[in-house]
Design a protein around this ligand. Structure first.
Ligand SMILES: NC(=O)c1ccc[n+]([C@@H]2O[C@H](COP(=O)([O-])OP(=O)(O)OC[C@H]3O[C@@H](n4cnc5c(N)ncnc54)[C@H](O)[C@@H]3O)[C@@H](O)[C@H]2O)c1
Length: 317
Protein backbone atom coordinates (compact mmCIF):
# COMPACT_ATOMS: atom_id res chain seq x y z
CA UNK A 1 0.00 0.00 0.00
CA UNK A 2 1.52 3.30 -1.09
CA UNK A 3 0.40 6.88 -0.71
CA UNK A 4 0.37 8.79 -4.00
CA UNK A 5 0.35 12.57 -3.54
CA UNK A 6 -1.39 14.27 -6.50
CA UNK A 7 -0.99 18.03 -7.02
CA UNK A 8 -2.06 18.32 -10.66
CA UNK A 9 -5.38 20.12 -11.00
CA UNK A 10 -7.11 17.75 -13.41
CA UNK A 11 -5.92 14.26 -12.40
CA UNK A 12 -8.76 11.72 -12.83
CA UNK A 13 -11.10 14.47 -14.00
CA UNK A 14 -11.72 12.95 -17.45
CA UNK A 15 -13.62 9.81 -18.43
CA UNK A 16 -11.28 7.38 -16.61
CA UNK A 17 -11.53 6.73 -12.87
CA UNK A 18 -7.86 6.74 -11.98
CA UNK A 19 -8.45 6.97 -8.25
CA UNK A 20 -10.07 3.54 -8.58
CA UNK A 21 -7.19 2.28 -10.74
CA UNK A 22 -4.75 3.36 -8.02
CA UNK A 23 -6.84 1.69 -5.36
CA UNK A 24 -7.06 -1.55 -7.37
CA UNK A 25 -3.25 -1.54 -7.44
CA UNK A 26 -3.28 -1.17 -3.65
CA UNK A 27 -2.48 2.55 -3.41
CA UNK A 28 -4.23 5.58 -1.97
CA UNK A 29 -4.48 9.00 -3.67
CA UNK A 30 -3.91 12.05 -1.49
CA UNK A 31 -4.65 15.50 -2.98
CA UNK A 32 -2.42 18.56 -2.47
CA UNK A 33 -2.40 22.17 -3.70
CA UNK A 34 -1.28 22.80 -7.32
CA UNK A 35 1.00 25.74 -6.41
CA UNK A 36 3.31 23.42 -4.38
CA UNK A 37 3.79 25.95 -1.57
CA UNK A 38 6.17 24.02 0.70
CA UNK A 39 4.64 24.77 4.10
CA UNK A 40 1.21 23.69 2.86
CA UNK A 41 2.64 20.54 1.30
CA UNK A 42 5.03 19.57 4.09
CA UNK A 43 2.78 17.20 6.03
CA UNK A 44 1.47 15.60 2.82
CA UNK A 45 4.99 15.11 1.47
CA UNK A 46 6.06 13.52 4.73
CA UNK A 47 3.86 10.46 4.14
CA UNK A 48 4.05 10.30 0.32
CA UNK A 49 5.56 7.29 -1.47
CA UNK A 50 4.98 8.84 -4.90
CA UNK A 51 4.15 12.31 -6.23
CA UNK A 52 2.12 13.05 -9.36
CA UNK A 53 3.14 16.67 -9.75
CA UNK A 54 1.53 19.52 -11.63
CA UNK A 55 3.43 22.55 -12.97
CA UNK A 56 4.46 23.96 -9.55
CA UNK A 57 8.12 23.80 -8.44
CA UNK A 58 9.62 20.57 -7.14
CA UNK A 59 12.76 21.69 -5.29
CA UNK A 60 15.40 19.99 -3.18
CA UNK A 61 13.56 21.36 -0.11
CA UNK A 62 10.37 19.59 -1.22
CA UNK A 63 12.32 16.36 -1.61
CA UNK A 64 13.98 16.78 1.80
CA UNK A 65 10.47 16.95 3.28
CA UNK A 66 9.52 13.65 1.61
CA UNK A 67 11.63 10.89 3.21
CA UNK A 68 9.55 8.03 1.74
CA UNK A 69 9.32 9.39 -1.81
CA UNK A 70 10.25 6.79 -4.48
CA UNK A 71 9.10 8.49 -7.72
CA UNK A 72 8.06 11.88 -9.07
CA UNK A 73 5.71 11.69 -12.06
CA UNK A 74 5.36 15.03 -13.86
CA UNK A 75 1.77 15.16 -15.08
CA UNK A 76 2.55 16.74 -18.47
CA UNK A 77 5.69 17.31 -20.52
CA UNK A 78 7.77 20.21 -19.18
CA UNK A 79 10.20 19.25 -16.40
CA UNK A 80 12.01 22.58 -15.91
CA UNK A 81 10.05 23.11 -12.69
CA UNK A 82 11.60 19.95 -11.24
CA UNK A 83 15.11 20.02 -9.75
CA UNK A 84 16.24 16.97 -11.74
CA UNK A 85 19.75 17.03 -10.23
CA UNK A 86 18.35 16.98 -6.70
CA UNK A 87 16.07 14.08 -7.60
CA UNK A 88 18.99 12.16 -9.13
CA UNK A 89 21.20 12.81 -6.09
CA UNK A 90 18.46 11.43 -3.88
CA UNK A 91 17.93 8.43 -6.19
CA UNK A 92 14.33 9.38 -7.01
CA UNK A 93 13.36 8.70 -10.64
CA UNK A 94 11.37 11.39 -12.48
CA UNK A 95 8.88 10.55 -15.22
CA UNK A 96 6.67 12.62 -17.55
CA UNK A 97 3.90 11.99 -20.08
CA UNK A 98 5.40 12.75 -23.51
CA UNK A 99 2.87 13.27 -26.30
CA UNK A 100 -0.14 12.84 -24.00
CA UNK A 101 -1.26 16.41 -24.48
CA UNK A 102 0.37 17.23 -27.83
CA UNK A 103 -2.87 17.15 -29.84
CA UNK A 104 -4.70 19.21 -27.24
CA UNK A 105 -2.03 21.91 -27.13
CA UNK A 106 -1.57 21.96 -30.93
CA UNK A 107 -5.33 22.47 -31.30
CA UNK A 108 -5.23 25.30 -28.78
CA UNK A 109 -2.28 26.98 -30.51
CA UNK A 110 -4.23 26.99 -33.79
CA UNK A 111 -7.29 28.33 -31.94
CA UNK A 112 -5.23 31.18 -30.48
CA UNK A 113 -3.71 31.96 -33.89
CA UNK A 114 -7.16 32.28 -35.47
CA UNK A 115 -8.52 34.22 -32.49
CA UNK A 116 -5.61 36.68 -32.67
CA UNK A 117 -5.69 37.08 -36.47
CA UNK A 118 -9.47 37.75 -36.43
CA UNK A 119 -9.74 39.57 -33.04
CA UNK A 120 -12.32 37.06 -31.80
CA UNK A 121 -12.35 37.88 -28.03
CA UNK A 122 -12.30 41.63 -28.78
CA UNK A 123 -15.25 41.23 -31.19
CA UNK A 124 -17.20 39.31 -28.57
CA UNK A 125 -16.54 41.98 -25.92
CA UNK A 126 -17.52 44.80 -28.30
CA UNK A 127 -20.80 43.17 -29.38
CA UNK A 128 -21.77 42.79 -25.71
CA UNK A 129 -21.22 46.52 -25.24
CA UNK A 130 -23.39 47.32 -28.28
CA UNK A 131 -20.57 47.91 -30.79
CA UNK A 132 -21.03 45.91 -34.01
CA UNK A 133 -18.16 47.65 -35.84
CA UNK A 134 -15.73 45.28 -37.59
CA UNK A 135 -11.94 44.97 -37.53
CA UNK A 136 -10.30 43.52 -40.62
CA UNK A 137 -8.12 40.51 -39.94
CA UNK A 138 -5.84 38.19 -41.88
CA UNK A 139 -6.13 34.59 -43.02
CA UNK A 140 -3.96 31.91 -41.47
CA UNK A 141 -3.42 30.30 -44.87
CA UNK A 142 -1.88 33.53 -46.18
CA UNK A 143 0.57 33.76 -43.28
CA UNK A 144 4.14 32.55 -42.94
CA UNK A 145 4.12 30.81 -39.57
CA UNK A 146 7.34 30.31 -37.63
CA UNK A 147 7.38 27.41 -35.19
CA UNK A 148 9.99 27.66 -32.42
CA UNK A 149 10.59 24.17 -30.98
CA UNK A 150 9.70 21.37 -33.38
CA UNK A 151 8.93 18.55 -30.94
CA UNK A 152 5.63 16.77 -30.54
CA UNK A 153 3.48 19.89 -30.22
CA UNK A 154 5.39 21.92 -32.82
CA UNK A 155 5.02 19.07 -35.32
CA UNK A 156 1.31 18.80 -34.49
CA UNK A 157 0.91 22.49 -35.24
CA UNK A 158 2.75 22.08 -38.57
CA UNK A 159 0.45 19.18 -39.48
CA UNK A 160 -2.63 21.29 -38.77
CA UNK A 161 -1.21 24.30 -40.64
CA UNK A 162 -0.75 22.20 -43.77
CA UNK A 163 -4.56 22.07 -43.96
CA UNK A 164 -4.72 25.86 -43.90
CA UNK A 165 -2.06 26.18 -46.58
CA UNK A 166 0.25 28.35 -44.47
CA UNK A 167 3.94 28.53 -45.27
CA UNK A 168 5.71 26.97 -42.27
CA UNK A 169 9.22 27.75 -40.99
CA UNK A 170 10.64 25.87 -38.02
CA UNK A 171 13.65 26.22 -35.77
CA UNK A 172 14.93 23.53 -33.41
CA UNK A 173 18.64 23.26 -32.57
CA UNK A 174 18.29 19.63 -31.47
CA UNK A 175 16.52 18.27 -34.56
CA UNK A 176 18.07 17.35 -37.93
CA UNK A 177 16.91 19.54 -40.83
CA UNK A 178 15.56 16.53 -42.77
CA UNK A 179 13.15 15.69 -39.93
CA UNK A 180 11.82 19.26 -40.09
CA UNK A 181 11.44 19.01 -43.87
CA UNK A 182 9.68 15.65 -43.59
CA UNK A 183 6.96 17.45 -41.61
CA UNK A 184 6.43 20.01 -44.34
CA UNK A 185 8.36 22.85 -42.69
CA UNK A 186 11.43 24.79 -43.81
CA UNK A 187 14.28 24.48 -41.26
CA UNK A 188 15.76 27.89 -40.41
CA UNK A 189 17.90 29.56 -37.73
CA UNK A 190 15.90 31.28 -34.99
CA UNK A 191 16.87 34.85 -35.94
CA UNK A 192 15.96 34.14 -39.58
CA UNK A 193 12.59 32.81 -38.41
CA UNK A 194 11.88 36.00 -36.46
CA UNK A 195 12.73 38.14 -39.50
CA UNK A 196 10.57 36.16 -41.95
CA UNK A 197 7.44 35.01 -40.07
CA UNK A 198 4.11 36.86 -39.89
CA UNK A 199 3.15 34.76 -36.89
CA UNK A 200 5.42 32.99 -34.41
CA UNK A 201 4.24 30.08 -32.28
CA UNK A 202 6.39 28.96 -29.33
CA UNK A 203 6.74 25.25 -28.53
CA UNK A 204 10.15 25.01 -26.84
CA UNK A 205 10.77 24.14 -23.17
CA UNK A 206 10.83 26.96 -20.62
CA UNK A 207 13.88 28.06 -18.66
CA UNK A 208 15.27 30.11 -21.59
CA UNK A 209 14.50 33.56 -23.01
CA UNK A 210 13.66 33.31 -26.73
CA UNK A 211 11.52 36.41 -27.42
CA UNK A 212 13.43 39.55 -26.41
CA UNK A 213 13.38 43.19 -27.53
CA UNK A 214 15.99 42.63 -30.26
CA UNK A 215 14.13 39.72 -31.85
CA UNK A 216 10.81 41.57 -31.59
CA UNK A 217 12.37 44.58 -33.35
CA UNK A 218 13.52 42.29 -36.18
CA UNK A 219 9.98 40.99 -36.85
CA UNK A 220 7.74 42.17 -39.67
CA UNK A 221 5.58 45.09 -38.57
CA UNK A 222 2.10 43.94 -37.59
CA UNK A 223 3.08 40.35 -36.78
CA UNK A 224 1.65 38.10 -34.08
CA UNK A 225 3.22 35.97 -31.32
CA UNK A 226 1.44 32.96 -29.82
CA UNK A 227 2.85 31.28 -26.69
CA UNK A 228 1.34 28.01 -25.54
CA UNK A 229 4.66 26.82 -24.06
CA UNK A 230 6.01 28.63 -20.97
CA UNK A 231 5.77 32.25 -19.76
CA UNK A 232 9.49 32.68 -19.18
CA UNK A 233 10.26 32.22 -22.91
CA UNK A 234 9.28 35.84 -23.49
CA UNK A 235 10.30 39.23 -22.12
CA UNK A 236 6.79 40.44 -21.23
CA UNK A 237 7.73 44.12 -20.90
CA UNK A 238 9.31 44.04 -24.39
CA UNK A 239 6.24 42.32 -25.88
CA UNK A 240 3.96 44.94 -24.25
CA UNK A 241 6.14 47.70 -25.70
CA UNK A 242 6.04 46.13 -29.19
CA UNK A 243 2.24 45.91 -28.96
CA UNK A 244 2.04 49.59 -27.95
CA UNK A 245 4.20 50.83 -30.81
CA UNK A 246 2.47 48.58 -33.39
CA UNK A 247 5.47 46.38 -34.12
CA UNK A 248 3.33 43.50 -32.92
CA UNK A 249 -0.35 43.49 -33.90
CA UNK A 250 -1.32 40.75 -31.48
CA UNK A 251 -0.14 38.45 -28.71
CA UNK A 252 -1.94 35.34 -27.50
CA UNK A 253 -0.77 33.10 -24.68
CA UNK A 254 -1.84 30.18 -22.54
CA UNK A 255 0.63 31.13 -19.82
CA UNK A 256 2.39 34.19 -18.39
CA UNK A 257 5.38 34.63 -16.03
CA UNK A 258 4.38 33.02 -12.74
CA UNK A 259 1.89 30.88 -14.65
CA UNK A 260 -1.46 30.44 -12.86
CA UNK A 261 -0.30 32.81 -10.09
CA UNK A 262 0.40 35.68 -12.56
CA UNK A 263 -1.66 38.79 -11.88
CA UNK A 264 0.67 41.73 -12.51
CA UNK A 265 1.92 41.04 -16.03
CA UNK A 266 2.38 44.14 -18.23
CA UNK A 267 0.48 42.12 -20.84
CA UNK A 268 -2.68 42.29 -18.72
CA UNK A 269 -2.77 46.12 -18.99
CA UNK A 270 -6.33 47.23 -19.79
CA UNK A 271 -5.29 49.32 -22.81
CA UNK A 272 -3.76 46.25 -24.49
CA UNK A 273 -6.89 44.08 -24.09
CA UNK A 274 -7.88 44.56 -27.75
CA UNK A 275 -4.54 43.03 -28.84
CA UNK A 276 -3.80 40.48 -26.12
CA UNK A 277 -5.53 37.16 -25.48
CA UNK A 278 -4.63 35.08 -22.42
CA UNK A 279 -6.09 31.72 -21.45
CA UNK A 280 -5.50 30.16 -17.99
CA UNK A 281 -3.06 27.37 -18.95
CA UNK A 282 -5.86 25.25 -20.40
CA UNK A 283 -3.94 23.95 -23.43
CA UNK A 284 -3.81 20.40 -22.10
CA UNK A 285 -7.28 20.50 -20.58
CA UNK A 286 -9.20 18.18 -22.86
CA UNK A 287 -10.88 14.97 -21.72
CA UNK A 288 -8.55 13.00 -24.01
CA UNK A 289 -5.35 14.65 -22.72
CA UNK A 290 -6.43 14.51 -19.07
CA UNK A 291 -7.13 10.77 -19.39
CA UNK A 292 -3.81 10.10 -21.15
CA UNK A 293 -1.67 12.27 -18.84
CA UNK A 294 -3.35 10.68 -15.82
CA UNK A 295 -2.95 7.12 -17.10
CA UNK A 296 0.69 7.47 -18.14
CA UNK A 297 1.71 9.18 -14.89
CA UNK A 298 -0.21 6.74 -12.68
CA UNK A 299 1.03 3.66 -14.56
CA UNK A 300 4.63 4.82 -14.15
CA UNK A 301 4.07 5.43 -10.43
CA UNK A 302 2.50 1.98 -9.99
CA UNK A 303 5.42 0.43 -11.90
CA UNK A 304 8.07 2.08 -9.71
CA UNK A 305 6.20 1.28 -6.49
CA UNK A 306 6.26 -2.41 -7.42
CA UNK A 307 9.93 -2.27 -8.28
CA UNK A 308 9.66 -2.13 -12.10
CA UNK A 309 11.13 0.41 -14.52
CA UNK A 310 8.88 3.34 -15.49
CA UNK A 311 7.95 3.59 -19.19
CA UNK A 312 8.65 7.35 -19.43
CA UNK A 313 11.79 8.24 -17.43
CA UNK A 314 13.13 11.80 -17.75
CA UNK A 315 16.86 12.38 -17.97
CA UNK A 316 18.46 15.83 -17.70
CA UNK A 317 19.58 17.07 -21.16
N1 LIG B 1 -0.02 24.99 -22.54
C1 LIG B 1 0.07 23.78 -22.02
O1 LIG B 1 -0.82 23.34 -21.30
C2 LIG B 1 1.24 22.92 -22.34
C3 LIG B 1 1.08 21.53 -22.33
C4 LIG B 1 2.15 20.74 -22.69
C5 LIG B 1 3.38 21.30 -22.98
N2 LIG B 1 3.52 22.65 -22.93
C6 LIG B 1 4.82 23.26 -23.26
O2 LIG B 1 5.12 22.96 -24.60
C7 LIG B 1 6.50 22.61 -24.70
C8 LIG B 1 6.69 21.68 -25.87
O3 LIG B 1 6.05 20.44 -25.60
P1 LIG B 1 6.34 19.15 -26.50
O4 LIG B 1 5.47 18.06 -26.01
O5 LIG B 1 6.32 19.53 -27.93
O6 LIG B 1 7.85 18.87 -26.04
P2 LIG B 1 9.00 18.15 -26.90
O7 LIG B 1 10.07 17.84 -25.91
O8 LIG B 1 8.43 17.06 -27.72
O9 LIG B 1 9.51 19.32 -27.89
C9 LIG B 1 10.21 20.45 -27.48
C10 LIG B 1 11.18 20.79 -28.61
O10 LIG B 1 11.77 22.07 -28.34
C11 LIG B 1 13.11 21.99 -28.83
N3 LIG B 1 13.92 23.09 -28.28
C12 LIG B 1 14.57 23.15 -27.10
N4 LIG B 1 15.19 24.35 -26.98
C13 LIG B 1 14.91 25.04 -28.12
C14 LIG B 1 15.29 26.33 -28.59
N5 LIG B 1 16.08 27.14 -27.88
N6 LIG B 1 14.81 26.72 -29.81
C15 LIG B 1 14.03 25.90 -30.54
N7 LIG B 1 13.67 24.66 -30.15
C16 LIG B 1 14.10 24.24 -28.94
C17 LIG B 1 13.57 20.60 -28.43
O11 LIG B 1 14.68 20.18 -29.20
C18 LIG B 1 12.32 19.77 -28.72
O12 LIG B 1 12.35 19.23 -30.04
C19 LIG B 1 6.81 21.97 -23.33
O13 LIG B 1 8.17 22.10 -23.00
C20 LIG B 1 5.93 22.72 -22.39
O14 LIG B 1 6.65 23.82 -21.85
C21 LIG B 1 2.47 23.47 -22.63
Amino acid sequence: MGVILVTSRSFSDGDLDLVQRASQAGHRILRGPAHHELEELRSLLHGADAWIAGTGPVTDEHLAAAPRLRVIARYGVGTESVDLDAARRRGIPVTNTPGANAGAVADHAIGLMLAALRFVPDGDRRVRSGDWGVRRGRELGAATVGIVGFGRIGQGVAKRLSGFGSRVLATDPFLPADVVRAHGAEPVEIDDLFRRADLISLHAPGGQLLVDAARLASMRRGSVVVNTARGDLIDEAAVAEALRDGGLAGFAADTLHGDTAATHSPLLAAELADRVIVTPHLGAQTTQAVDTMGSLSLDDVIAVLKGAEPAHPVTAR
